[in-house]
Design a protein around this ligand. Structure first.
Ligand code: NAD
Ligand code: G6P
Ligand code: MN
Length: 441
């Protein structure tokens, strides 16, 4: 079987160890010859890099492993780049969340003003990463988790339309695990229909391979419990604040009981509730710093101190399964069905061709083939058009350096009450993002 070379960009990410463990677990299905980590923060990466060096030596000594901050070394001779970078790191995520809250508006990593601010930081770094990859390995694929995926995907569509980049999200995969637990059927035995934008979509069908429809059964459960399950079904999305989000899906479903909602619709349907239940002094960024980041980095330090990874507890879940399965689908032309963020081009019949949408695709060596989802109802269509226009305006604002367009984007976001509040938030965000955003005029 052919063997592949993978670079993980954002090697210092909290998700890197999980993906590496998953790659090791899948060597029989997706064999590796090389694995490299690449980050622009030497110190942060060194901790995970050295710990994973021990893991690799103990588990797969034949795979050439290295970690580096040098782009040429990282991107030469690779078949895949798995990207999950965070421009500005948690320090800036905290500001994305806290600045809007100061103005009584949702403070969230990827939705509303926080997501817009993060988008303005991510675009430049992502485009640079694509260019580096194409310079050193022109045939490679980039599988990108870096957020905000909706804005990054639109930037790729506009600025690098021919690049081999697939933007992905783990939320539908994670939620499908919950649905699968509810009905007692393995996720791999389910086929879904879904339409929407990233972090803004709905399932319209959940069937087993024989064609039996489970949506009504899942809907009855979600109407009572949201996506909360008695037993934990994944290693991700388990903190108390996530449980609250899974539970809130009950109120999302109530707005349109025909379809099963993505959890992220909470920020658009119930922004008042979200603000009331947020602590402006301690947001999700603070929880992650005190939780996942601490756990992952102390596990790594512990491995380095002990000099062995025996009994090591790096977690791997649906997030890691998805990216490894996707790479395998491209590598071996498997034509599996997965949700990806792609240019619409008719997949949603009554939505703009040039919108980046999230829909099921058949995926093989030539990339994704989006599956037709038919026409969508006017309620969802109108919401999506508003949100996709926010995303398009952000990308235009970035390219043109336009204050006006970014103000319009914030004003149009369903999470922001008025142009006045939008302007106040924008001016604070500009100040906080001076080191990252292009100058606006
Ligand atoms: P993290 O801060 O722990 O990791 C990000 C890493 O990227 C850091 O080590 C940082 O130094 C590095 N980095 C920043 N800019 C870089 C650049 N230009 N080149 C190389 N490296 C760079 O963050 P995390 O919580 O582990 O998340 C990583 C990313 O994955 C974030 O963008 C997050 O939003 C995203 N994510 C997306 C999904 C999804 O559904 N799409 C799911 C989970 C995480
Ligand atoms: C989900 C989303 C990601 C997002 C993550 C945040 O997995 O799909 O896009 O980055 O949640 O999780 P966190 O634990 O960092 O708040
Ligand atoms: Mn996501």
């Amino acid at each position: 079987m052919k063997k592949f070379s993978v670079v993980i960009a954002g090697g210092g990410s909290t998700y890197t160890p999980g993906i590496v463990m998953m790659l090791l677990d899948n060597l029989d299905r997706f064999p590796l010859r090389k694995l490299k980590l690449y980050d622009n923060d030497r110190e942060r990466q060194a901790v995970l890099g050295e710990a994973l060096d021990i893991v690799m030596k103990e588990n797969a000594p034949d795979i050439e492993y290295s970690f580096t901050t040098d782009p040429e070394e990282a991107f030469t001779d690779i078949d895949f780049c798995f990207a999950h970078i965070r421009t500005g790191k948690y320090e800036m995520r905290e500001k994305d969340e806290k600045i809007p809250l100061k103005h009584g508006v949702v403070g969230q990593e990827t939705c509303g003003p926080g997501g817009i601010a993060y988008g303005m930081r991510s675009i430049g770094d992502m485009i640079e990463l694509i260019d580096i990859m194409e310079k050193y390995s022109p045939d490679a694929w980039m599988l990108n988790y870096s957020n905000p995926a909706a804005i990054v995907a639109e930037a790729c569509r506009v600025l690098r339309p021919n690049s081999k980049v697939l933007n992905i999200c783990d939320m539908p995969v994670g939620t499908l695990r919950r649905m699968s637990h509810i009905i007692g059927i393995e996720p791999k035995d389910l086929e879904v229909r879904y339409f929407g934008l990233n972090h803004f979509g709905w399932w319209t069908s959940i069937k087993d391979k024989e064609g039996h429809e489970y949506l009504p059964q899942i809907r009855d459960y979600v109407a009572e419990n949201g996506y909360l399950t008695q037993k934990e079904v994944d290693t991700q999305h388990t903190d108390a604040s996530w449980q609250e989000t899974h539970k809130k899906a009950k109120d999302l479903l109530a707005v349109d009981p025909r379809f099963l909602p993505n959890t992220y619709l909470k920020y658009y349907f119930y922004p008042d509730y979200v603000v009331e239940h947020s602590n402006p002094e301690f947001t999700r960024a603070n929880e992650v710093i005190a939780g996942r980041e601490k756990t992952v980095f102390s596990t790594a330090r512990n491995i380095i101190e002990r000099g062995t990874a025996e009994g090591c507890e790096f977690e791997m879940g649906a997030h890691a399964v998805f990216i490894v399965d996707l790479a395998r689908a491209i590598a071996f032309n498997t034509h599996e069905r997965m949700l990806l963020i792609v240019e619409n081009n008719g997949a949603i019949a009554n939505f703009d061709d040039d919108a980046m949408v999230e829909v099921p695709c058949i995926i093989g060596s030539d990339g994704p083939e989006p599956l037709s989802q038919g026409k969508i109802p006017e309620f969802q269509r109108a919401l999506m058009y508003q949100q996709v226009t926010v995303e398009k305006l952000v990308v235009q604002a970035y390219i043109e350096g336009s204050y006006q367009k970014l103000w319009q984007a914030l004003t149009l976001s369903k999470t922001v009450p008025s142009a006045k509040v939008a302007k106040e938030i924008l001016d604070d965000l500009i100040e906080a993002n001076k080191a990252y955003w292009p100058e606006l005029h």
